[in-house]
Design a protein around this ligand. Structure first.
Ligand code: PNS
Length: 180
């Protein structure tokens, strides 16, 4: 009887793991901003598990290593119980396939993001059937991007309202190290 009951529990557990709604929030996150964190928090409320995947964007050069970016994300999302941080250097849909992820979540700031994001969503859908869900960026973050933050930080601008404290400190340290 006890054995039967254990079998039931493990079958239930197995079923709930298989039925988990899992999404990925992909990006360069170089570095993570309050705009990213807003999307991550809101996505975490919609899915059982959200993987933040730090990906290599071949069109951008980076300020922080993938490991550094992952650590900043892990620290700033530690309050969210259903978040996992990972990295990947291939096609996003391959990552989704091998991690049983059904949805990609992306933030849309403005119409300028739309063309490129739509193309990627359509290619990813056609290639693999993985859905892309777009979330409207909160108006307070609509102008915010990692590139803008890096540019401001490079010239000594104040980015404390755009990134968490640990990211601000990491930016200042990296700018000081680079010495230009
Ligand atoms: O934060 P970013 O740089 O705008 O993120 C873009 C990113 C890394 C999510 C995108 O370039 C990507 O998905 N790269 C992985 C390779 C891939 O799957 N490309 C899409 C084929 S259309």
């Amino acid at each position: 009887m006890v054995f039967l009951r254990l079998k039931w529990i493990s079958a239930d557990l197995l079923a709930s793991v298989c039925l988990m709604k899992r999404a990925v929030c992909p990006g360069s996150f170089d570095p993570v901003t309050f705009g990213h964190l807003d999307i991550i928090e809101r996505a975490s409320a919609q899915f059982d598990e959200v993987v933040i995947a730090v990906l290599v964007n071949r069109t951008k050069s980076s300020m922080f290593t993938v490991q550094e970016r992952m650590e900043m994300i892990a620290q700033t999302t530690a309050h969210l119980p259903n978040i996992r941080v990972d990295s990947w250097s291939g096609l996003l849909v391959e990552y989704c396939k091998s991690n049983d992820i059904q949805s990609i979540v992306k933030g849309l700031r403005a119409v300028t993001d739309f063309d490129y994001e739509l193309q990627m969503a359509q290619v990813n859908l056609q290639a693999s059937g993985v859905e892309t869900m777009f979330m409207a960026t909160a108006p307070a973050h609509s102008f915010l991007s990692s590139s803008l933050v890096k540019e401001l930080a490079h010239y000594g601008g104040d980015v404390s309202s755009m990134v968490p404290k640990i990211v601000n400190e990491a930016l200042k340290a990296r700018v000081a190290e680079s010495g230009n």
